[in-house]
Design a protein around this ligand. Structure first.
Ligand code: UDP
Length: 328
């Protein structure tokens, strides 16, 4: 298939682009490089530097381009910022996605895979999280992702779009061959921050909250390897059902606490990784881990990385070889 990958220069998007190419698909990346890295896009993929706000450029890219489908990763993802500047998130994550959907409709493209998030569940009443639990996002980031899911659902019903929303848990790790990895600026995610301490770029890691109702008092998350996410996207775009909207959790089904992540990173890196306990970060649910059975049944997907230590080891290999990330 010929596939447009919006946000294909970002962390999850770039790993997916490599998997799509390896699967024999033709890929054109559409990315404004505000957070993505041109270096993360393989030379064999086409590249359009553009913003989804630019409806004309989208139309020109899609019209007559012979595209069979799209994957959409382009979004802002800083939960804290989304609370402080919500309309920036609605503009980029929702309004710009509307541009994309209108351009897909106009150019006759009828399949899409969308990067959604476990943040659509908010603070779920039970664990593990199944797809049919209530969707009650507790921050604008989660709300914008849920709003896009609703747009997709309605477009599927109205004009025959087939859409899959993949609700990721915590994307982690780097490509096993060490070619690409995670590089956010500023970095806000636990595993890369911990590894920056091991690299001597930070003095210590702050543990946000030690009084959660979890066995060791710190938050529990489901860290899913980015190459397992990529495999899920490949299977989803190949298997989209015409006229249907479907949503799936993508996680390992296992949770690890913040303390467990730090301990695993100490083992992997051999570095002491000093940690300081501090207050809770607002908006962090105590525990989030997936029931990944639905995607297993539908797309025969299962995570290959089930030990978070191995996921961290791939991240460490990349960060150690690329201490300045992609070098910006
Ligand atoms: N966390 C932490 N210290 C940090 C960054 C994150 O203790 O410097 C915690 C955070 O409170 C959460 C977990 O690590 O419980 C994962 O956070 P991250 O930002 O990586 O992902 P999120 O779960 O917010 O998507």
């Amino acid at each position: 298939m010929k596939l447009l990958v919006c946000g294909g220069a970002g962390y999850v998007g770039s790993h997916c682009v490599r998997r799509l190419l390896a699967g024999g698909h033709e890929v054109v990346v559409f990315d404004n490089l505000c957070a993505g890295h041109r270096e993360a896009v393989p030379a064999s993929a086409g590249f359009v530097e553009g913003d989804l706000a630019d409806a004309d450029l989208l139309r020109r890219t899609l019209d007559g381009g012979g595209f069979d489908g799209a994957l959409h990763f382009a979004a802002f993802l800083n939960v804290g910022e989304s609370v402080n500047v919500p309309l920036k998130y609605y503009r980029n994550n929702v309004a710009n996605t509307l541009n994309l959907l209108e351009a897909l409709e106009a150019s006759g493209v009828r399949r899409i895979v969308f990067s959604s998030t476990c943040a659509v569940y908010g603070e779920p009443p039970e664990m593990p999280i199944r797809e049919d639990l209530p969707k009650n996002p507790i921050n604008p980031y989660g709300t914008t992702k849920l709003a896009v899911e609703w747009m997709l659902r309605d477009a599927c019903a109205a004009w025959g779009l087939g859409a899959v929303a993949l609700r990721y848990f915590n994307a982690a790790g780097a490509s096993a061959d060490g070619v690409i990895g995670e590089d956010h600026d500023p970095e806000i995610h636990l595993i890369p921050l911990v590894l920056q301490v091991a690299l001597g770029q930070r003095e210590k890691i702050f543990i946000f909250g030690t009084d959660y109702p979890t066995p060791d008092g710190t938050c529990i998350r489901d860290y899913v390897h980015v190459e397992d996410l990529a495999e899920a996207h490949l299977r989803a775009i190949e298997g989209v059902a015409p006229g249907r909207f479907e949503a799936f959790n993508v996680g390992t089904g296992r949770g690890n606490s913040v303390r467990e992540i730090i301990a695993a990173a100490r083992e992997v890196t051999g570095h002491a990784i000093p940690a300081e306990e501090t207050d809770r970060r607002p908006g962090d649910p105590p525990m989030l881990y997936a029931a990944p059975d639905k995607i297993g049944a539908r797309f025969d997907w299962a995570p290959r990385y089930t030990e978070v230590r191995e996921t961290i080891a791939t991240a460490w290999a990349w960060h150690r070889a690329n201490p300045r990330g992609f070098g910006k």
